[in-house]
Design a binder for this molecule. Sequence first.
Ligand code: HBI
Ligand code: FE
Length: 296
Amino acid sequence: MATISLDTYRDAYPEIAADYTVPQRWAEYTDEEHAVWNLLGERQAALLPGRACDEFLAGLDMLGLQAGGVPDFDQLSAVLGARTGWQIVAVPGLVPDDVFFAHLANRRFPAGRFIRRREQLDYLQEPDVFHDVFGHVPMLAHPVFADYLQAYGEGGLRAQGLGVLPQLARLYWYTVEFGLLAAPGGLRIYGAGIVSSASESRFALTDPSPHRVTFALERVMRTRYRIDDFQQVYFVIDDFEQLLRETAERDFAPVYRRLARLEDLAPDALAADDRVLHHGTQAYAQARRAGLTGTA
Ligand code: HBI
Ligand code: FE
């Protein structure tokens, strides 16, 4: 991961603290930056009913993130804090893993302060405030998910000493970023990387290309992922209690020992004991590899 050191950030952000936080300086967002937020927020708000899970939509409504410009993190933290004890803190961009985990373990979500430009509405190299806040924060208003993310941060701090971070990062990727839920009304999105993307919020649920497989902890932690394109497999949980049960309440030491003896799986591989909900054609990924389609 292309993380930047404290010293490098200090040139552009002289106020950066040892935990990589910076003041949000909400008053300094321009009208254009607020307009970009609203453009993205309204587009996603129109797309998400019937696609995002009820828990996400309830959080979005409660926090009012669909419009009203880039949110003020202090105001957001006051509302969120009263509900689940989480706070939003501003960071310049990606922060080192240990710093990231320590924030989560203390119920602080680090969010990028900057917002993408209008010319790059659908292309992002680093998570900006729209991805971080619109994508991640609504689920933090859900008490069970809120506990899961804190437990993930605590697990991350333990995993570092064991040299198993790549495996744990896959759990974050395939749940917090790209997770799907088997809701009573059908398949729904809860992953922040999907709900904050217009194209992937369609692709993840209905495109025939990707596999959709029932979540199983070790299966997920063996599976490599793509950071540069739509996922080739999505993992589906039954409910958020399952996520908490399978992670926060589990001793990971035996999991890591078993994983050490197992081969990693490619993003498009299916395993013998998978519960496959949809066997993907992988047509999209193959076309991309052959250069037949444009950029996502
Ligand atoms: N930093 N700002 C920020 N946002 C992230 O999502 C993030 C990070 N640093 C490390 C990191 N994620 C990874 O450790 C996790 O995705 C596993
Ligand atoms: Fe994210």
